[in-house]
Design a protein around this ligand. Structure first.
Ligand code: C5P
Length: 312
């Protein structure tokens, strides 16, 4: 693609996600936990524009505050571009411009979406023509949630969350997100869960070796029934996230009191996702939460995974 100024570039978009269900199994030797999760991609997107360059760089703009983000080689978008170059033998670089709309360290996979969109944008810019399978394999190396950001829709994730199978989901679900002004570290939330499990090992069942997604979730998705889905939402990271950020508990209660069918911590938090029956209820809940001083957004899911955008 060429922009009005005659610059050659590629633009890809990838969605943030909500975990509708997240059961955390045992900690493995590689530092990851065995998971069973149901992901839904929602209509909040990261936009990545990739321009030709000799080396690798990234800059950020967007609706979220991006001042604290690293722009060196530790950034996941740069890692994604470098990995694609290495795997395909591409010898040049790329200048990435990322427009961020998914909260940073918010539990919605924003960094993973950056990485997925970067793979798609660089593949188009460089003409490297990696297959979908190759891109998914690279995505899994970059992070547990990156393969889902590539595929999107509604999917079941096992293993680290990166072994995906599509879930049949009917219709569109309406969500209201309550965004926090702070971020949370995913490893910290998992560690808090492990500590809790160790401390209460006498009183609780040991974590599953091979967790599975409850049949109720799959049934609610197939039926496209938000009330049924509200009953089936579950996130094992919610309790440790609320332990680390206790203020979230009262926001969950507030959302459920003023109209949500159910509220849940998204991934490792601190973003909260409230499920509502329809678009009108979403608007009402957004108004209620905003009136309480919260930053609330309406989104729907499922939406597509990372793909190219034609701008002109
Ligand atoms: O793969 P990603 O970089 O997104 O994972 C961040 C961290 O989250 C991991 O380093 C690990 O501490 C934790 N994690 C985990 N089990 C998973 C996924 C993530 O313990 N299945």
């Amino acid at each position: 693609m060429t922009d009005p100024a005659g610059l050659h570039f590629a633009h890809a978009r990838a969605p943030g996600k909500i975990n509708l269900f997240l059961k955390v199994g045992q900690l493995q030797d590689d530092g990851y936990h065995e998971l069973a999760t149901a992901f839904q991609a929602v209509s909040l997107y990261e936009e990545v524009r990739a321009y030709p360059a000799d080396d690798f760089s990234v800059s950020f703009t967007g609706t979220v505050d991006t001042t604290g983000l690293s722009t060196d080689g530790s950034n996941l978008a740069i890692k994604a571009a470098r990995l694609l170059a290495r795997k395909t033998g591409y010898t040049g670089g790329v200048r990435l411009e990322v427009e961020k709309n998914v909260p940073i360290a918010g539990g919605m996979g924003g960094g993973s979406a950056d990485a997925a969109a970067t793979l798609v944008a660089c593949d188009a810019l460089w003409g490297t023509e990696a297959s979908r399978e190759e891109l998914v394999a690279m995505a899994a190396k970059l992070g547990a949630d990156v393969p889902f950001a590539l595929t999107g829709g509604t999917a079941i994730g096992t293993g680290r969350g990166d072994q995906l199978s599509p879930a049949l989901a009917k219709g569109r679900f309406h969500w209201v997100l309550a965004l926090a002004e702070f971020g949370m570290s995913t490893p910290d939330v998992y560690t808090a869960l492990d500590r809790h499990r160790e401390k209460h090992a006498q009183d609780i069942f040991p974590a599953s070796l091979q967790p599975t997604v409850d049949a109720d979730v799959l049934q609610a998705l197939r039926a496209g029934d938000p009330r049924q889905l509200a009953e089936a939402l579950r996130n094992d990271l919610q309790a440790p996230a609320l332990g680390l950020a206790p203020g979230l508990g009262s926001i969950l209660e507030l959302g459920e009191r003023v109209g949500a069918l159910a509220g849940i911590v998204s991934g490792s938090g601190p973003t909260l996702a409230f499920l509502v029956p329809d678009a009108d209820s979403a608007l009402e809940l957004q108004v209620e939460l905003s009136a309480s001083g919260l930053h609330a957004l309406r989104v729907t899911g499922p939406v597509h995974g990372a793909r190219l955008v034609q701008e002109w």
